[in-house]
Design a binder for this molecule. Structure first.
Ligand code: ATP
Ligand code: MG
Length: 382
């Protein structure tokens, strides 16, 4: 937790040492909107090594002039005034150039609502008309939007993130530039795109953001999400993150390789879409094989697509009443089978266990030692 009060302490200490500094960015914006504050960023004329002489610090992003300051159990990201250097491509600012004026520092920032400053007295200083856009609820780039998206295409997704978080409209010129430069997103690393997309998905106004993605055509440049974003932007209730991806990839037919999901998540989306396509309902063996989470997710996809009822409760009840939930639950162990049959372990053993699981799951065989022994002996004879 970091507070404005703590940040003002940092500003005062900077000032005592002869350095100008301001609170900047999201914290000022959210304070004026009376929204809870995330992290607090401070911008200052002091160079990182000078900041480190005054406070207890950790070098977080020295390359960009950022150190983390620790103050009364709170932390602040303190960054030296910067002008962003010539952009080589959308991926890397070629160089970081420190600046002597805060005006240059705010001009490198993305949107007017993120370019507001607050001094140690709590006064707001506005060089970019941020207050006006905040009042009008508008997301507008600082400077020519074409240049700003050309420099860094990630700002396109950041515009949708702030829309999803705040419910603001994207100003027309900014929106037109997004349409024009959307293909530049292919220059950005997919990790950063996914990261920004996840932030969009967590916003209160995500449907509004998805609607804008459709009108600007940005949904077309996100691999495999076009149909999902179109569909979800019209849904009454927006699905949670996993349900959204499962829905989108079911509509798309596959999970594109480009997305850097963890193996666990990729598997979840692949299996849930396959299950959704193949099943209206999940029989005992499917529930046993794929488990509760994936079957529930697949049903949710079909429910959202209007292909099935919401069967969450039934699926849960059916899963909980399965005779066994894993082959370890069989009352006859592999070692028991070997003893009983006097045979050496081999592929036959696994096959036999699988058959027993199928019989038990379908309630054609009881899961007790005696019944299972009889089943094994009859199999071997036959
Ligand atoms: P929140 O923390 O609530 O998500 P924020 O506005 O603080 O929103 P951050 O990602 O924390 O956003 O960035 C802090 C500030 O840095 C922004 O307010 C903006 O001024 C600037 N900024 C961040 N990313 C960019 C970018 N890609 N281009 C230009 N300025 C940026
Ligand atoms: Mg922030």
């Amino acid at each position: 937790m970091s507070t404005l009060k703590g940040a003002k302490w940092v500003l005062n200490d900077l000032q005592k040492n002869g350095f100008e500094g301001f609170i900047v960015g999201g914290a000022v914006r959210d304070y004026l909107l009376r929204e809870p504050l995330n992290d607090i960023d401070i911008t200052t004329i002091a160079k990182p090594h000078e900041v480190s002489k005054i406070f207890k610090t950790k070098p977080t992003g020295l390359k960009y002039g950022t150190v983390t300051v620790f103050m009364h159990e709170e932390t602040f990201e303190v960054t030296t005034y910067r002008i962003d250097g010539e952009y080589q491509d959308s991926r890397h600012p070629e160089s970081v150039v420190f600046s002597e004026t805060v005006i240059e520092d705010v001009q490198r920032r993305d949107f007017t609502i993120n370019g507001l400053l607050m001094n140690a007295k709590g006064e707001i200083i506005d060089y970019v008309n941020g207050k006006e856009d905040l009042a009008k609820k508008l997301i507008r780039t600082i400077g020519d939007p074409k240049d700003r998206f050309n420099e860094d295409a990630l700002r396109i997704l950041r515009a949708f993130y702030f829309q999803s978080k705040l419910g603001f409209q994207i100003e027309k010129e900014t929106r037109d530039a997004i349409s024009l430069y959307k293909d530049k997103l292919s220059d950005i690393a997919m990790e950063r795109i996914l990261n920004e997309l996840l932030k969009i998905l967590k916003g209160k106004h995500v449907r509004m953001a998805f609607h804008s993605m459709v009108t600007t055509g940005v949904h077309e440049v996100l691999p495999g999400l076009k149909a999902g974003i179109e569909y979800a932007s019209k849904m009454e209730e927006f699905p949670f993150i996993d349900a959204f991806f499962a829905l989108a990839f079911t509509l798309n037919g596959s999970v594109p390789k480009a997305w850097p999901f963890s193996n666990k998540h990729r598997h979840k989306y692949e299996v849930a879409s396959k299950l959704a396509k193949e099943n209206d309902y999940f029989d005992a063996y499917t529930l046993y094989t794929y488990g509760l989470e994936l079957c529930t997710l697949a049903n949710k996809v079909n429910y959202m697509l209007g292909k099935s009822k919401n069967l969450k409760n039934k699926i849960e009840a059916d899963f909980n009443s399965l005779p066994i939930q894993s082959d370890l639950d069989l009352k006859l162990r592999a070692t028991d089978i070997l003893k009983l049959t006097d045979k050496k372990a081999g592929a036959w053993l696994k096959n036999l266990q699988t058959e027993m699981v199928v019989e038990v799951i379908n309630r054609r065989l009881k899961n007790n030692k005696e019944s299972l022994e009889q089943y094994v002996l009859a199999k071997l004879k036959g």
